[in-house]
Design a protein around this ligand. Structure first.
Ligand code: 2P0
Length: 325
């Protein structure tokens, strides 16, 4: 069987996905909308091999075992069942994330695995079906099949929950600065925290009710190429998501003191007239949404409190790519 290598870029949600109505199929309660980034990506090679006893998974050159391997094996089982094959596979992944940036990698990981794994199994899936397959590995991976601005339509079944490109070629000035505050493994996985928030936060019904308005408004802002409006909605969605963790039982937050310092700095720079906005995912790191034009000034402001090595500029990135053998 041939070896297939695929590259997928990570994405940062501007309107967040937070909560599943179906855990097994990973069907979300709400639509979400993200920007795929150029600098953070995963390359994954897959080769099915009848001589293997079980799936092998090398990540950055190291053999992966335990829970992470089981998650990958279950995902490969979906591909095997669709392709009607039984062979194990050899999987090799490399995460290209500058100096362990501690940013979410499950999005790029499962998008790359879906693409390489399905093609190595002889399947020729459409981008929509790839997105549906990636979804089964990790919700955020659904969106990493496409470049630029991407919406994940929640749907209500395996067949109807997939991403759609909103603006694949981003022809206007918007990008992000990732502020690396903590590179350690997250204390609480997004999967378990979002489930607990759905079950225990009294604000969850309001989250569902608001989400569609946020998605609709940000799509208008993207169409209008309105950075300030995009940024405002992104901040609102991020803070509402983090309010779900804080209002759950037990209450919890991904924020660290440096997260609040970064937020305050972004607010200060904005008060000085710069268009910059923050968003945070299931960890303490902050991503700043801004223009390339103002990035030098914003970097200068951020570097008064954070060392330059903690700041990475990321531009809109492409969708799934297959690499030559
Ligand atoms: C998102 N995040 O929309 C949200 C916002 C993090 C914060 O999707 O359980 O790893 O695998 O579906 O996709 C991270 O959660 O969770 C995430 P699963 P996932 O990007």
């Amino acid at each position: 069987m041939q070896t297939v290598t695929a590259r997928a870029h990570t994405n940062i949600a501007l309107v967040k996905y937070w909560g599943k109505k179906n855990q097994e199929l990973i069907l979300p309660y709400t639509n979400s909308l993200s920007l795929t980034l150029d600098v953070f990506y995963t390359d994954t090679s897959v080769q099915f091999d009848p001589l293997l006893e079980t799936d092998q998974f090398l990540l950055n050159g190291e053999n992966v075992t335990g829970k992470s391997l089981i998650k990958v094996q279950r995902f490969m089982d979906l591909i095997r069942s669709e392709a009607n094959i039984a062979m194990p596979a050899r999987i090799e992944s490399t995460n290209h994330v500058p100096t362990a940036a501690g940013l979410a990698s499950s999005a790029s990981a499962f998008a790359a695995l879906a693409a390489a794994g399905s093609r190595a199994a002889g399947l020729d899936l459409s981008l929509r079906d790839l997105s549906r397959l990636a979804r089964r590995g990790s919700g955020s991976a659904t969106r990493s099949i496409y470049g630029g601005f991407v919406e994940w339509e929640r749907g209500d079944s395996d067949a109807t929950s997939y991403a759609v490109p909103i603006q694949e070629q981003v022809d206007w000035d918007i990008q992000m600065i990732a502020i690396l505050l903590n590179r350690h493994e997250k204390k609480v996985s997004s999967r378990s925290e979002m489930a607990n928030d759905v079950a225990t936060s009294p604000y969850y019904p309001a989250w569902i009710e608001n989400a569609q308005t946020e998605v609709d408004t940000i799509k208008q802002a993207i169409a209008a190429r309105d950075l300030n409006q995009v940024g405002q909605i992104a901040e609102q969605s991020a803070m509402r998501m983090h309010a779900l963790t804080m209002s759950a039982v037990p209450p919890f937050t991904y924020f660290e003191p440096s997260t609040l310092q970064a937020i305050a700095k972004v607010q200060e720079l904005r008060a000085q007239g710069l268009s910059c906005y923050y968003t945070m995912d299931a960890g303490p790191n902050v991503k700043v949404i801004c223009s390339a034009r103002e990035t030098p000034q914003i970097l200068a402001g951020l570097s008064t409190i954070f060392p330059k090595e903690q700041l990475t500029v990321a531009k809109p990135g492409p969708g799934i790519q297959y690499l030559p053998p």
